[in-house]
Design a protein around this ligand. Structure first.
Ligand code: GDP
Length: 143
C-alpha cells in the first residue's frame, strides 16, 4: 500500500529567488501538510551522495554544483498516496514539458534549475527522509 509521506526539496534556484513561501502555500493548498522542514546548504559530499544514482549521467557534476550553490529547503510532506500526489504536483523534470499549474511550470527556470525535488518511490522517500531528518521517527508510521 502506498505511503502517506514523501520527501521534497525546494532547490537553490527557487529558495534563493525567494519562492519558498509561494511553493509551500501552493502545496498546502493541494492538501500537503509539512511535517518537518529545514534550511541548509548542502556540501559537495551530501549532494553527491543524494544524487549518487545519477553518478554516470553527463549532468551529474553540474547537478551537484547547482545543488550546492546556495541554501535549499528539504521538507517531509504528508498527504494520502504522497509520492504519486507530489510527483503529479511538481510536473515534468523539464518545466517546458510540465503541465500548467504544476510547481515546475510555475516556478522552475530550466531542466536542471527546476525548483523542486520529489521522491520517486516510497522506498526512496523513506531513504531520503532519513537522509535529511535522521532524528525524527515520523516515517515509522508509513503505510
Ligand atoms: P526528477 O525526478 O524529475 O527530479 O528528475 P531526475 O531524477 O531524472 O533528475 C534529477 C535532477 O537532475 C533533475 O531534477 C534536474 O535538476 C537534473 N537533471 C535531470 N535531467 C537533466 C538533464 O538532462 N540536464 C541537466 N543539466 N540536468 C538534469
Amino acid at each position: 500500500m502506498a505511503g502517506n509521506r514523501t520527501l521534497t526539496i525546494i532547490k537553490p534556484d527557487a529558495f534563493g529567488a525567494g519562492k519558498a513561501g509561494k511553493i509551500i502555500a501552493h502545496l498546502e493548498q493541494q492538501g500537503f501538510k509539512v511535517l518537518a522542514a529545514r534550511v541548509m546548504r548542502l556540501t559537495d559530499r551530501q549532494a553527491g551522495e543524494f544524487y549518487a544514482v545519477h553518478r554516470e549521467r553527463p549532468f551529474y557534476r553540474s547537478l551537484v554544483t547547482f545543488m550546492t550553490s546556495g541554501a535549499c529547503m528539504p521538507m517531509l510532506l504528508e498527504k494520502r498516496d504522497a509520492v504519486a500526489a507530489l510527483r503529479q504536483a511538481i510536473g515534468a523534470t523539464d518545466p517546458a514539458e510540465a503541465e500548467a499549474g504544476t510547481v515546475r511550470k510555475l516556478f522552475a527556470e530550466s531542466k536542471e534549475r527546476n525548483a523542486i525535488h520529489a521522491s520517486d518511490s516510497d522506498d526512496n522517500g523513506v531513504r531520503e527522509a532519513a537522509f535529511f531528518f535522521p532524528d525524527t521517527d515520523v516515517l515509522a508510521a508509513q503505510g
